[in-house]
Design a protein around this ligand. Sequence first.
Ligand SMILES: Cc1cc2nc3c(=O)[nH]c(=O)nc-3n(C[C@H](O)[C@H](O)[C@H](O)COP(=O)(O)OP(=O)(O)OC[C@H]3O[C@@H](n4cnc5c(N)ncnc54)[C@H](O)[C@@H]3O)c2cc1C
Length: 484
Amino acid sequence: MQLIWFRQDLRIHDQTSLWHATQAGQTVAVVMLSPGQWLLHDDAPIKIDFYLRQLQQLKQQLDALNIPLLIETVPLWKDIPDSMLKLCQQFKIEKLHANIEAGVNEQQRDAQVAAILYQHQIATEFYLDRTLFPLGNIRNQSNAPYQVFGAFKKRCYEHLSLSLPSCLPAPEAQPAINTLEFNISEFSTSIPCVQTFYPDFTAPASMWTVGEAHAFALLDEFLDEHVRHYPTERDYPHLQGTSQLSAYLNMGVLSIRQCVNALFREQHGQLDFEHTGQQIWLDELLWREFYQHILHDFPRVSKHLPFRLNTQKVAWRSLADPIVADDFQAWKQAQTGIPIVDAGMRQMLATGWMHNRVRMIVAMFLSKNLLIDWRLGEQWFMQHLIDGDLAANNGGWQWCASTGTDSVPYFRVFNPVSQSQKFDANGDYIRTWVPELAGLDAKSIHAPYAKNPNLNLNYPKPVVDLKMSRIRAIEAFKNAQGKI
Ligand SMILES: Cc1cc2nc3c(=O)[nH]c(=O)nc-3n(C[C@H](O)[C@H](O)[C@H](O)COP(=O)(O)OP(=O)(O)OC[C@H]3O[C@@H](n4cnc5c(N)ncnc54)[C@H](O)[C@@H]3O)c2cc1C
């Protein structure tokens, strides 16, 4: 008997470990719910809700293939090895199949499971699935990992131009398992709802439908109608200019190979750009790839260390100071008095997702204008994003805070008001998320008190002066560099 262990790869099409398990023989499936680990990893309730709802869909798909899905609940990942061994022994498992995950804790968890199973003559195999290229395999001429995206991307293009990765089909249905022989009824097969773990959670209305079919439909719609306009529309948060597929990619409802293949389906699987939209969207998928490889090659980034170690000396403002604590609170609760920042933060609190341009603006505002440690922002994002992914979130934050791989230079501080004027010129995005300002015209909405500080609005004044805080941030980075 084979065992497939589902993690963040909740689909049956192009699912590498599922495919190999089912080709090897009769298969059962398991997921290990670890609520304590979700808390340790700051996983957002909305992400857990998405995960559990997607599991329901997966269970139905697996039922149709006669693959029973067992639901084990253990407090933490450290409890998985014993639980997995027990299960393997009960089902007389020959081999456990799972897909590789890049994080340090994930790899430690998998090594511990493999070790205990090995002691009991049970094999394990971990497959390349979550990334296009094997972690640790994209190397420069000195056989070292790339540290800047441009060079990494070029290398990826070289590989992709030789051949695009192919997708595996869904497995065929297997003969039904004798449930009595294996005492399946001793195991739980019912999937809890999110309120079991987060009693106060309420789902946002009408967003984030689960299911592989839905994810495919979104991908198709994006490729048919939007990708052509991606170069010109992707930076404007009031438009539907991006795919909004990040939650699906992150939970593995869609695979990265499915996205790349669909992107080039008109080119019969050749890396042949028909328009710049194709190329720019591929580049975004490669940013995802890049950060996964960075996490693998430089695991310090997941241990609260900056990629650029010299930025460790930056004197972030301390939360022990009540003024700073208030500033942080204002940022978290979307009450900074900078409309584009508050709009973005409210979009995330309400939907679990925030537009990429606005993610950059709010992250730079926190780490530069408020000079608050980017790690606090990174954590707040993880606690609220439906697509929260350690590698991409860490990479995005370190880019904005000028502590990362090829991050923005520390002296290039976005002015959030100019960004707002440029990317939300009419103020439509702000009006959606900050209704207090809905009555303002397109000129004044970006900085409501700039011309008239006495304006009577039910909206806070800016928590910080943008000019002064920009200079303060640049000084803090300059001072830190002097200390190397
Ligand atoms: C501070 C900050 C935090 C971020 N946190 C996350 C996160 O936790 N999870 C996450 O998936 N993305 C994160 N991103 C990257 C990016 O904002 C989102 O991937 C994107 O907004 C998702 O929207 P989309 O699916 O419409 O993207 P599209 O523009 O359609 O891009 C397609 C896919 O490419 C990937 N992608 C796009 N941009 C990036 C990028 N800059 N870095 C890595 N992958 C990218 C995503 O998987 C995305 O779904 C973060 C960016 C910043 C600046």
